[in-house]
Write a protein that binds this ligand. Structure first.
Ligand SMILES: [Zn+2]
Ligand SMILES: [Zn+2]
Length: 235
């Protein structure tokens, strides 16, 4: 749904947000990125498009050799992606059967076994959306041969947390059993809170997919200031 979208944003708000995040990153001890040399709208557009190559090109142009911009991009995009999910979730077809997120194209951060009925949902960490999925089918490559699919658990993890693995593509998705849906804003926190499962999966040679499941191209355009319009000033 995000692919091809034109997002109108208030440029001053976006600039403030981008610079604030850069300041927080710098105060946390990362290498400072020259905020003055950044065009906030360009960075924001690349971040919302989840376009890692474009973010890397921008980082190179800024002399950011330490991956600061790459690390910040998902955080810069998150409020806008969550807003897209709030606006568009009711339009997601119930028949959506792909492994990637119907709103923003991202791969699922976690899978959720929900409620007493045990329906299986995939959850997007970027926008928070959820979509129902089949049991015994890999979200990433579509593998449905049960001999290629399995699960892992860690000694430290709770019974309600496991790792669904696929030997067809060597990828995994963490799986959490819940009574009620995890709140969309909390999906990323659940992802971070189950880091031990990532370690277990990585130690066994499984990995998370690096790129988004479906590339999206987003145009971010500046909305003219209403105050300027009211005062008759040129933008
Ligand atoms: Zn999403
Ligand atoms: Zn697979």
């Amino acid at each position: 749904m995000l692919d091809g979208a034109v997002l109108s944003v208030a440029p001053r708000l976006v600039a403030r947000w981008v610079r604030r995040m850069l300041r927080i990153a710098a105060s946390a001890g990362t290498t400072a990125v020259a905020a003055r040399r950044i065009d906030p709208l360009v960075v924001f557009e690349a971040a919302v498009s989840q376009d890692a190559h474009r973010v890397d090109d921008l980082a190179r142009a800024l002399g950011d050799d330490h991956g600061v911009l790459r690390g910040l991009a998902p955080l810069l995009a998150r409020p806008m992606l969550q807003a897209c999910r709030r606006a568009w979730a009711p339009q997601v077809p119930e028949t959506w059967a792909h492994g990637h997120c119907p709103i923003c194209g991202g791969w699922p951060a976690i899978a959720e076994i929900r409620g007493l009925g045990g329906s299986r949902y995939l959850r997007c960490g970027a926008c928070g959306s959820d979509w129902r999925t089949q049991w015994l089918r890999c979200s990433f490559c579509g593998e449905d041969d049960h001999e290629q699919l399995g699960s892992l658990a860690s000694a430290e993890s709770l019974d309600r947390e496991t790792i669904a693995i696929c030997d067809g593509c060597n990828r995994y998705v963490k799986t959490i059993t819940t009574l009620a849906p995890i709140r969309p804003e909390h999906v990323m926190l659940q992802d971070l809170g189950t880091l031990v499962l990532d370690v277990v999966a990585l130690e066994r040679g499984y990995r998370r997919p690096a790129a988004t499941g479906h590339g999206v191209a987003v145009s971010v355009v500046a909305t003219p200031s209403r105050l300027r319009d009211l005062l008759g000033l040129c933008p």
